[in-house]
Design a protein around this ligand. Structure first.
Ligand SMILES: Nc1ncnc2c1ncn2[C@@H]1O[C@H](COP(=O)(O)OP(=O)(O)OP(=O)(O)O)[C@@H](O)[C@H]1O
Length: 348
């Protein structure tokens, strides 16, 4: 196991910069997810950690050693890809042991480590099968087994669950988390799925356009997003945001709806008001609204409402029976209001 340090790392493809000086410290044994929209540079950053891409500037340290010029196989890392990349003509056991064979390990040692990894991943009964005789989830587990047998200092995962169906993704997500809890190997995990990032990580790194927007524990990011990008990227349905300004002690949206402010708020004048769907309640008195769409999911119901007679919409979560067109009133939980500056930075 080892810590990973990324210091002012930059990447340019020709003249095009795609990573603009990213820094972060990943502790020994930590599980960190890199999350962000398509093209934000998370795979590029992971591939630089793996040594599959050159680093244009800055430094990467694994276990305190600068690895900028160290070949991938000398970095003591193991990477699990989205495509699994299993050899089709090799059995599960051969696939899992192949890297050790290349390193010149003896047959007995390889067999022992393959069996040990197979036990951890419940792959024992499948060791003699070929990849084509496995389900998607089993193939994914073999890909992880191949990483485990090497006892690497760091695991790198690049969207490993994106080829699985929704149900299997949820199961495998828990398996990977459980595996990490048992092995405690430092892990960097790339995903574009914020639920995956939230549920698995000790800490999340939210990226956009080759920059880090925020680093923090999942609930820190959820409860105190540093800016409007993180506020809307983390959480589903997304946080409701309204542009506007303070007038007469309330926040008046651009379309003229007055929203209550947290009592005693004295900070910088906000230009954006945010409230999560679960922090709005339907009450006797509050902001007048009309129900537009009702979406029951079973455990909760998402309701799209129109505020007053404006074109401002918001989403709330509730379990009450509502009909489209029904007039209601909504009140925000004032302890849960998020306020942002004109530049979208948190001010409360
Ligand atoms: N070999 C390359 N040559 C030129 N540009 C590249 C190359 N590889 C990636 N890029 C660009 O670098 C940026 C970051 O790509 P990257 O694959 O790291 O993003 P990502 O966040 O992992 O996205 P996704 O989730 O879609 O995989 C993108 O704008 C991409 O077009």
């Amino acid at each position: 196991m080892a810590s990973v340090t990324i210091e002012q790392v930059r990447k340019e493809y020709g003249a095009v910069p795609v990573i603009h000086g990213v820094s972060m410290e990943i502790e020994d044994g930590e599980f960190v997810t890199l999350v962000g929209p398509s093209g934000c540079g998370k795979s590029t950053l992971l591939r630089m950690l793996a040594g599959l891409e050159d680093i244009s500037g800055g430094e990467i340290l694994i276990g305190g050693r600068v690895v900028n010029d160290v070949a991938p196989k000398e970095r003591d890392i193991a990477m699990v890809f989205q495509s699994y990349a299993l050899y089709p003509h090799m059995t599960v056991a051969e696939n899992m042991g192949f890297a050790l064979k290349l390193k010149g390990e003896g047959k007995a040692a390889i067999d022992r480590r393959v069996r040990e990894a197979a036990d951890i991943l419940a792959l024992g009964p499948l060791l003699d099968r070929l990849p084509k005789q496995l389900s998607g989830g089993q193939r994914q587990r073999v890909a992880m087994g191949r990483a485990i047998v090497r006892h690497p200092q760091v695991f790198l995962f690049d969207e490993p669950l994106s080829n699985l169906d929704a149900k299997l993704r949820v199961t495998m997500r828990a398996e990977i988390k459980d595996l990490h809890q048992r092995l405690k190997t430092t892990t960097v995990y790339v995903t574009h799925d914020q639920i995956e990032a939230m549920t698995m990580a000790d800490r999340i790194v939210v990226m956009r356009g080759g920059r880090v927007e925020q680093i923090g524990r999942p609930l820190e990011l959820y409860d105190r997003p540093a800016n409007t990008f993180v506020a809307t990227f983390i959480g589903s349905p997304a946080m409701n945001l309204f542009e506007g300004a303070i007038a007469d002690g309330r926040f008046v949206t651009a379309s003229g709806v007055a929203l209550p402010l947290p009592p005693g708020y004295r900070g910088e004048a906000p230009k954006v008001y945010g409230i999560r769907p679960e922090h709005l309640t339907i009450a006797e008195r509050g902001v007048p609204a009309t129900v537009v769409v009702v979406e029951p999911t079973g455990s909760e119901t998402h309701v799209l409402v129109k505020l007053g007679s404006t074109d401002a919409n918001l989403v709330l979560r509730d379990r009450v029976e509502l009909e489209p067109g029904q007039p209601i009133a909504v009140t925000p939980d004032l302890a849960k209001v998020h306020l942002f500056s004109e530049q979208g930075m948190r001010v409360n």
